[in-house]
Structure formats: C-alpha cells, structure tokens
Design a protein around this ligand. Structure first.
Ligand SMILES: NC(=O)C1=CN([C@@H]2O[C@H](COP(=O)(O)OP(=O)(O)OC[C@H]3O[C@@H](n4cnc5c(N)ncnc54)[C@H](OP(=O)(O)O)[C@@H]3O)[C@@H](O)[C@H]2O)C=CC1
Ligand SMILES: O=C1O[C@H](COP(=O)(O)O)[C@@H](O)[C@H](O)[C@H]1O
Length: 494
C-alpha cells in the first residue's frame, strides 16, 4: 500500500487525451493508483484535446480505454471514485489564446499541476508557450515529456530550449519508462548495497557486459512513426543507454537526484565515439524479413501495412561500446536490441574474468567464466553462474557449472513488480526527479547516437536482412565472435 500522505492533491492534465499512449498506458496506470489508494482524494484528471467532448463523453472514453487495455476487471468501487475525478478541456495547442480555457479549470493556484505531454514532440513548444501565456507555468506546475525527444541533437535542443523558456529544469520530467521498471531500479541496490559487487565492478574483475532488449513483436501498426525513427533512436538512444549508465556509473556521493544524474552523465561523456572510421567494426544494423515467431508466420518489415518498400530503416541494432574511463577501459559493453526476435527478453549479463591460474583438472584450459545474469523482464530476477565441486569421493575436484537463482516472483510480492508508468506518474506527483532524464543526459546520448547515424549514412550502410524469429543478422554474431566472445542465449534452457 502506498503512503498517501506523501502525495499531494494534484491536477493531472493529459495533453493528447484521445491518443494511444494516454489510453493504453496512462489511464490504466491512474486506475491502478486509485485502486492502491495512492491518489489524494482531491486529485483531478483533466483530459485535453481537440475533440468536442464534455465531461460525460470523456468519462465514457476513459471507461472504454480501461476495458480495452487493462487485464484486470474494473472494480465498481474503484471506478466510482475514479470517475468523479475527470474533466475535459477542448483546445488546440497551436491556439495560444485557448489555454485560458484550461486556466479556468485550474484556478486553484496553489495546487501541483502535472502537465503530461502525450503528444508528438513537435507540439511541446506550443504547449509550453500556451501554458506560459495563460500563467500556468509557475511552480508547482510540472511538465512530463515522452521520449524520444526529437530525432537528433539539434531537434532535441530546440525542444529543450522551447520548454526552458517557460519551465525551469526542476519542473521538467523527461520519461524513459525503463527507469520505472523495478528491475532497472534494482541495479542501484545490487551495485551499491552489496559489498560483493561494490568491490568487484571494474576492469580488474569484469571481462565484458552484454545488454539485450529483445522484442518478439514487430512495429504493431506504428509503421509511420517507426520508419522515421528506427531502432537506434527508438531504443538505443533512450532505454539501452540508460541501462548502460546504471551499470557503468560510479557510486554517487549521495542518493539524491542530481548526484545520481551527475554520475550517469559522466558515463555518457566517456563513450568512445563511433564514426565512419570504426562504424563497420562496431555496429550492425538489421531489418526483419518474414519468418516464424512463436510458431506463427509474420510478415517482413517491408510487407507491413503502410510500408514503403524501399525503406532502409533498421529494426535491429547491435553495437560494441567502449567506455573510455579508468573503471571500464578494456571492458566492452555489447548492446543488442531488435523487433521480431524469438522472445521478449531484456537482460544484462556481466561476464567476470577467469581466475589468474587454473588449479583444477585440465589446467591448460581456462575455467568457464562466472556470469551474473540480471533478468529485467520477463521472469524478473537474477542468477549467478558459478563453479562447484561435484560431490563425491573422487580424489580429483571435478567441477560443474551451477546457478544461484533469485526469482522476484517467488521472493517478493508480485504486486510490486508494478507497471513502470504507475511508478513514474506517482513520482511526478511527489515531485521527485531521480527517475527522469536530465537535459544534459539527453544531449550526450544524442551526440553519441547522431555520430553513428551519420557514419551509417557516410558509408552508405544498408540494414542487413534477418528472418523474423532469429537473433538478428549473422554479422551481429560475427561482430562479437571476432572478439572471441559469444552472445548469451536469452532464456537458455527454456
Ligand atoms: N503510444 C505509445 O505506446 C508510446 C508513445 N510514446 C510517445 O508519446 C507521444 C504520444 O504518442 P501516441 O499517443 O502514440 O500518439 P497519438 O497520435 O495516438 O496521439 C497524439 C494525440 O495528440 C493530439 N494532438 C495532436 N495535435 C494536437 C493539437 N494541435 N492540439 C491538441 N491535441 C493534439 C491528438 O489529438 P487528435 O485526436 O485531435 O488528433 C492525439 O490525441 C509521442 O511523443 C510518442 O512518441 C512513447 C512511448 C510509447
Ligand atoms: O519505448 C518503447 O518501448 C517499447 C518496449 O517497451 P517494453 O517495456 O515493452 O520493453 C517498444 O516496443 C517501443 O517501440 C518503444 O517506443
């Protein structure tokens, strides 16, 4: 149960109330927060959009969204309370004058207002201008922005500058929903609460790290959006680089928002640039062709509805990342993410170095590496691969690879493996920014990603085909094999 007293009464304003994100993610999360008793009794939810809806119509839209996008049945009592919170404001965000309509609804000035921009990033400047013109931008007004913020450094800076005209950084919450996942947050506890890892987390002990975010789904009717974006901007620039920073950051001087973000940004600044001189050796792009996923035949990317048959957009990326700082020099981080891979599986695998000398049988061979697998989703948990003596009276130590396994589902209350939007919404109401991305993090991530995209263009790189239901192009395997390593088999043994 959430501690109610820490969450103030808020006006949650959802710009883009009719859109996919609002209906699929935000409304179900608000329902769950209501169910958990986490919403202050005076909190209101105000949808904003161009539709000519009254409160009654909007409430019906919300009900339908919950019925469509939630797995749970709707509890009558919860709905009764939730449904009293709604209001709707008809406005086109390009019409600055219309924001006074919203002002009328938000006349309790002292309230925290959480302005959630569930809209295309190109509209964020207009929304901020409108809020400013109506005097709705002063504290305690907050803005929540979705990723990806722009399509490159220039467009991202433009948006951040437009927002900064009306809101200070302390009012801005940039969402990366991976930062709301329990298992991603647990990376900090794992690393900084366990002496076992605090003292063994650098290039003296670690050989290399793999980060995989694999999806079995394709682009799910979002061809228009996805084709302009690609896997690099959609996933690497945000989620994978955020996970990487959590794994690679040094201990912050304390656990406050900006001390954590300071350490993350240092990692991003230390990423070795990838440009036309090394792009070929360190990156692989792929695009799926038709194939079988979970036994079902699925179309290729170029055969999806609305597809442009000449598209060169990548649906798969793998990269060897080097971090040029004292802690990580010589330890490659291999990132891999793609659509239409065999399973949904997000994980971090840390491979430790072998002992300096093998004292056991076959001493001319190296012992298998210890391996820490952190399962971000599904089957949340972690396991450590270690070597054990096989029990017996044999005078020789026969070794066997075994696993210490922690399953979050078996160990903790499942309810707390919460949807990340639920947690992130709560944090915006609490006014805690630690789980959101600071402006300089976004900038550094774009700088690094832009250089790779420019290099692909410079060398006229074409994404390599891979069959749906496989782990990406063969070149991805070749890239890691050249370094004498291999990709972890996600869901090994299942
Ligand atoms: N959908 C998802 O799962 C995810 C989305 N995102 C991000 O969230 C944002 C929203 O995405 P999504 O919900 O999919 O997009 P949609 O296109 O489904 O919704 C966008 C909404 O914006 C409204 N809108 C557009 N222009 C105006 C305007 N001038 N004035 C008022 N309302 C306007 C639309 O209203 P109208 O109906 O009147 O056109 C629509 O309701 C994007 O930035 C996307 O990248 C991020 C992660 C996941
Ligand atoms: O942000 C995004 O993330 C989803 C994957 O999120 P997950 O929580 O289901 O792992 C991805 O499908 C989508 O393309 C991207 O925009």
């Amino acid at each position: 149960m959430v501690v109610k007293s820490t969450i103030p009464a808020c006006d949650i304003v959802i710009f883009g109330a009719k859109g996919d994100l609002a209906r699929r993610k935000l409304l179900p999360s608000l329902y769950q927060l209501e169910k958990a008793g986490a919403l202050h009794r005076e909190t209101r939810i105000i949808g904003v959009g161009r539709a000519d809806w009254d409160i009654k119509t909007y409430t019906k839209v919300v009900r339908l969204a919950l019925e469509t996008f939630m797995n749970d049945d709707i509890d009558d009592q919860v709905w009764k309370t939730l449904s009293t919170r709604f209001d709707f404001c008809n406005l086109d965000v390009n019409e600055t004058n219309y924001f006074s309509r919203l002002g009328v609804k938000l006349d309790q000035q002292a309230r925290v207002t959480v302005n959630y921009f569930a809209m295309p990033p190109t509209t964020f400047g207009a929304i901020c201008k409108g809020l400013g013109a109506a005097g709705l931008n002063s504290k305690p007004s907050r803005v929540v922005m979705e990723k990806p913020l722009g399509t490159d450094l220039t467009s991202s800076n433009r948006i951040n500058d437009q927002v900064a005209e009306y809101f200070t950084e302390s009012q801005v919450y940039r969402i990366d929903h991976y930062l709301g996942k329990e298992t991603v947050l647990n990376l900090l506890a794992l690393r900084f609460a366990n002496a076992l890892f605090t003292s063994n987390w650098d290039n003296r002990t670690i050989d290399h790290v793999q980060i995989t975010v694999a999806e079995a789904v394709g682009i799910e009717g979002r061809w228009g959006y996805f084709d302009q974006t690609g896997q690099m901007r959609d996933m690497i620039q945000s989620h994978l680089l955020q996970i990487l920073t959590m794994i690679a950051m040094s201990p912050p001087s304390d656990f406050t928002t900006d001390r954590i973000r300071d350490e993350k940004v240092k990692v991003l600044r230390s990423l070795r640039p990838i440009n036309y001189s090394n792009v070929h050796d360190t990156t692989v792009r792929g695009q799926y062709t038709s194939g079988y996923v979970h036994g079902k035949l699925v179309p290729g990317y170029l055969e999806e509805e609305g597809a442009n048959k000449n598209s060169r957009t990548e649906t798969f990326v793998s990269i060897r990342v080097d971090i040029d700082n004292w802690r990580w020099v010589g330890v490659p981080f291999y990132l891999r993410t793609g659509k239409r891979l065999p399973n949904k599986c997000s994980e971090v695998v840390v491979y430790f170095k072998q002992p300096a000398l093998n004292l056991f049988q076959d001493s001319y061979q190296q012992l298998p590496q210890n391996k820490l697998t952190i399962r971000l989703q599904p089957d949340e948990g972690m396991d450590i691969q270690i070597l054990n003596k096989v029990p017996g009276l044999d005078h020789k130590h026969r070794l066997q690879t075994t696993k210490l396994n922690l399953s979050f589902t078996n160990t903790f209350n499942q309810e707390h493996l919460a949807d990340s939007y639920k947690r992130l919404l709560l944090e915006t109401m609490r006014g805690i920014q630690a789980l959101f991305v600071r402006c300089d993090e976004v900038e550094e991530a774009w700088k690094w990603v832009d250089s790779i995209i420019a290099a692909w263009k410079a060398v006229n790189d074409v994404p390599q085909p891979y069959q749906a239901g496989t782990w990406g192009p063969r070149a991805s395997v070749a890239m890691i094999t050249r370094d004498g390593r291999s990709w972890n088999k996600c869901h090994e043994g299942e």
